[in-house]
Design a protein around this ligand. Structure first.
Ligand SMILES: [Zn+2]
Length: 458
């Protein structure tokens, strides 16, 4: 595929630029791919341009996606994943290392880079390396070689780093390389066979519970190790991904208040959905009560396997805590945990279904739905999808999201006032495992420009 074309055009809308701390009606001129002018409009020039209409945002950055290549190209390839990312407004995507083979040595990094280049997509591909060989949790991977190959962090995602002692060494070694450890917090001794968040909904449905303590305990362990390590290795950094419970977010809040170099992200599905959806409710987290039976909120059949995800969908209180964490800065980023799967892996009994939601194309829509419902100011939400993730990557971030005149345009134009129907055909991802299929959601991406080039255009 040939390289995407450089964009030429004039864009008008409500621009949000967290890097500059500014939002307002604006006109952006892009010439030969370069943002040559950004004019803030007022008075009659700004008429009809508002935060509930066409938005001009810096290109979104995702810290956590699974593109399944190498090893499971039936579920997603780098090319289809990048097309999905562009359709979702993302211009930079960091890939998780739980491929087959795992990204635990430089040759796998090269292979993914080659696939990204061959796709012709201008969307940037970042790659996180594995913490341990084969993600087995037994032997530290060659972190130095992976760092030389350009990885942006280390993670055994899909699993926590099994041993505390290896986690401690990993924090030290990665810290000396200037890279974060990206931790999937879960105590497996508490979650074996778990199907849904432990609580009322799981009990009524007869599903085995995933206790909140499994997340809280794992987060506490990692933070305690970080506190130890950072005394000797000041560059050590811990990023906790897909934190899903109020109690674990409290741990992060305390650690950050104590000055520890810890950050975390939350996912669009933990922000917008709750475990009520497994019972058959379809109201968003901010409309939910936790008891869909009492409320007559059941509008769909139970046990839709697209809702099986790890960590599991939580209670409305936990979902609202995720929004609050973004609002008060406890959570730095929204990361999609885009996890495409084949029909074969999902068309089974709920407890047998593989974990994951194909979510990179609906992330912005779910966040905008929450913003429209008053869960978060628009500018804070945009920061969590742009400058926030860049902060987590620190010096290794290849891009500082922002609307900067004189630089290649890296932006997304999304109509917040329009809606689209999520269908299998509408999703560019091979993964059609979305609980939103058939549903109208707000926020239609009209144009995605990555490094001045057209990544997606409606
Ligand atoms: Zn994970």
């Amino acid at each position: 595929m040939s390289a995407a074309v450089k964009y030429n055009g004039t864009l008008r809308g409500w621009a949000v630029d967290p890097a500059a701390g500014r939002e307002g009606a604006a006109e952006a001129v892009v010439a030969d791919g370069v943002l040559t002018a950004l004019t803030w409009l007022s008075g009659s020039d700004a008429e009809g341009l508002g935060p509930d209409g066409v938005l001009i945002l810096p290109g979104l950055m995702d810290l956590h996606a699974h593109f399944r290549e190498p090893g499971n190209e039936d579920a997603e390839t780098v090319a289809t994943g990048l097309a999905a990312a562009a359709h979702g407004g993302f211009t930079t995507v960091a890939l998780m290392p739980n491929t087959t083979p795992a990204i635990d040595e430089p040759s796998v990094v090269s292979r993914i880079r080659a696939a990204a280049a061959a796709s012709g997509s201008p969307v940037r591909t970042l790659i996180h390396g594995a913490v341990t060989v084969g993600r087995k949790g037994e032997t530290l991977a060659a972190l130095g070689e992976l760092a030389d190959a350009g990885v942006t962090g280390f993670s055994d995602d899909g699993s926590p780093v099994k041993s505390a002692s290896i986690m401690r060494n990993a924090l030290m070694y990665a810290g000396s390389l200037g890279l974060p450890i990206i931790d999937h917090p879960e105590d497996h001794t508490l979650t074996e066979g778990a199907e849904a968040s432990e609580g009322y909904v799981a009990t009524v449905l007869g599903l085995k519970g995933w206790p909140i303590a499994a997340e809280v305990g794992s987060v506490a362990r990692s933070i305690a190790l970080l506190a130890d390590v950072v005394r000797d290795v000041p560059g050590a950094r811990l990023h906790l991904t897909h934190v899903s419970t109020a109690a674990a977010l409290d741990q992060v809040l305390l650690a950050r208040a104590a000055g520890l170099p810890v950050t975390c992200d939350v996912t669009p599905h933990h922000l917008a959905f709750t475990d009520e959806w497994i019972a058959g409710a379809r109201r968003f987290a901010w409309e939910a009560s936790g008891d869909p039976w009492a409320d007559g909120a059941l509008v769909a059949g139970p046990f839709d396997t697209s809702l099986r995800v790890n960590p599991p969908l939580r209670s409305p209180e936990d979902a609202l805590a995720c929004w609050a964490a973004l609002a008060d800065g406890t959570a730095t980023a929204i990361a999609t945990d885009h996890a495409p799967h084949t029909e074969v892996d999902k068309h089974v009994e709920f407890g047998w279904a593989i974990n994951g939601i194909s979510g990179i194309e609906t992330a912005l829509s779910l966040v905008l739905a929450g913003v429209a419902a008053g869960q978060l100011p628009l500018a804070t939400a945009v920061a969590a999808l742009t400058t926030g993730p860049a902060t987590v990557l620190g010096d290794r971030s290849p891009v500082q999201p922002g609307l900067r005149v004189g630089e290649p345009a890296d932006l997304v134009v999304v109509d917040a006032g329009a809606s689209w129907t999520v269908t299998a055909a509408a999703l560019r991802s091979k993964g059609k495992n979305s609980p939103l299929l058939g549903r109208d959601v707000p926020g239609v991406v009209r144009l995605t420009l990555a490094a001045g080039r057209v990544a997606y255009e409606a």
